[in-house]
Design a protein around this ligand. Structure first.
Ligand SMILES: Nc1ncnc2c1ncn2[C@@H]1O[C@H](COP(=O)(O)OP(=O)(O)OP(=O)(O)O)[C@@H](O)[C@H]1O
Length: 302
C-alpha cells in the first residue's frame, strides 16, 4: 500500500502540496482527482522518490521509495508516456529495464502480450501512436509484477477502446489484490473505474471517501416529481414544509424525502403523480461543485 503522511512540497512561494495525508489500500482502485495544478503529479513524483518533500513523507509498502530494495517489484508507475527513447524498440526498452532491475527476460514477452503490443515488439517506439506509448508505459509498470501501481493520466489521448482497456486492466489488477492509484480528469471514466477517491485542491485534501459515498454526499440526491394536474402539485408543494423547487415542464425537484414518503404524501392530498424519479448529480457535477473554490485558472464570463 501507499501511505502519504503530512506531505508538503513548496516551489518558492508556491505550495504545490500542503500537508497531505491519505492511504491507497490493496484491492481497490483509488482515483486521484483535483483541478489543474492541484498537486497530483507532484504528489506522485514524491511517492516515487523523484522529488524531495519539503516536509512529511510518502511510504510504499512501509518504506520510502529511495530505500526500496527492489523498486520495480514493489511499485510500477506510468508518469509520462513520452519518456521513452524513440530509437529503441518496445522489446529493447523493456529488456533494458528488466535486466537493470534483476527481472527475468521472460517477463518482457508476458507484459507485451498483456498490453496488446506483442506484434509490434520489435518496432521502434518513435513510430508509436500515443495509445501505443501509453500501453508500453503500462507494460513497463507491470514488468516487476508489483503489488502497488501508480498511473498519472493513463487514459490521456486514448480512444474509447483504449479507455475501456485501461479501465478493465486497472479493475483486474485491483481484483488481484493490488493497490492502484490513478489520476484523471475524465470524471465519467473515474466514476466507472475507481472504488475510492482522494480529491485534492491547491495541494490540500478535500475528500477521501468511497466513490459512492462521495457522490451521495456531494451529489445532491433529490426526487423529480410530476403530477397529472401541475397546478395542484404547485399548490401542494408551496403550502408544504418540504424543500422543493420548480424545474421545467411543470416538474418539481424535492429533497429530504424518499420516493415512498412522497408518494404517500401526494396520495393523502389526492394529487395523482405521473413521475417520481430519484436523481443525483454525476461525479463530474459533484466534483465541479466541491472543487469550485480550488480552481487555479478559470474562464471569466464576458
Ligand atoms: N518543478 C516545478 N517548479 C515550480 N512549480 C512547480 C513545479 N512542478 C509543479 N509546480 C507547481 O505546483 C503546482 C502543482 O502542480 P502539479 O503538476 O503537481 O498539479 P497537477 O494536479 O498534477 O495538475 P494537472 O492536472 O494540470 O496535471 C502548480 O501550481 C505547478 O505550477
Amino acid at each position: 500500500m501507499i501511505r502519504v503522511q503530512d506531505l508538503s512540497k513548496s516551489y518558492g512561494e508556491t505550495r504545490a502540496v500542503d500537508g497531505l495525508s491519505f492511504e491507497v489500500r490493496p484491492g481497490s482502485v483509488t482515483g486521484f482527482l483535483g483541478p489543474n495544478g492541484a498537486g497530483k503529479t507532484t504528489t506522485m513524483r514524491m511517492i516515487l522518490g523523484l522529488d524531495r518533500p519539503t516536509a512529511g513523507q510518502a511510504l510504499v509498502n512501509g518504506t520510502p521509495y529511495a530505500e526500496l530494495a527492489d523498486p520495480l517489484r514493489q511499485v510500477g508507475a506510468l508518469l509520462d508516456a513520452h519518456a521513452v527513447h524513440g530509437g529503441r524498440t518496445a522489446r529493447g526498452h523493456l529488456l533494458c529495464l528488466a535486466r537493470s532491475n534483476g527481472i527475468p527476460d521472460r517477463r518482457v514477452a508476458e507484459v507485451l502480450a498483456q498490453v496488446g503490443l506483442a506484434e509490434v515488439a520489435r518496432k521502434r517506439v518513435k513510430g508509436f501512436s500515443l495509445g501505443m506509448r501509453q500501453r508500453l508505459g503500462v507494460a513497463a509498470a507491470l514488468l516487476g509484477d508489483p503489488p502497488v501501481l501508480l498511473l498519472d493520466e493513463p487514459v490521456n489521448g486514448l480512444d474509447p477502446e483504449g479507455i475501456r482497456w485501461i479501465r478493465t486492466l486497472l479493475r483486474g489488477l485491483a481484483a488481484e489484490g493490488r493497490a492502484v492509484l490513478v489520476s484523471s480528469h475524465l470524471m465519467s471514466e473515474m466514476a466507472l473505474t475507481a472504488d475510492h477517491l482522494v480529491v485534492i485542491g491547491r495541494g490540500r485534501l478535500l475528500a477521501d471517501a468511497s466513490t459512492a459515498d462521495f457522490i451521495a454526499e456531494h451529489g445532491r440526491p433529490r426526487l423529480r416529481v410530476r403530477a397529472v394536474d401541475p397546478e395542484k402539485l404547485t399548490r401542494l408543494l408551496s403550502g408544504s414544509e418540504l424543500t422543493a423547487e420548480p424545474v421545467a415542464d411543470g416538474a418539481w425537484e424535492v429533497t429530504g424525502v424518499t420516493g415512498e414518503e412522497f408518494a404517500r404524501f401526494a396520495a393523502d392530498h389526492r394529487v395523482v403523480l405521473y413521475e417520481i424519479a430519484a436523481q443525483q448529480d454525476s461525479l463530474e457535477e459533484a466534483f465541479m461543485r466541491m472543487t469550485a473554490d480550488s480552481v487555479e485558472y478559470r474562464a471569466v464570463a464576458a
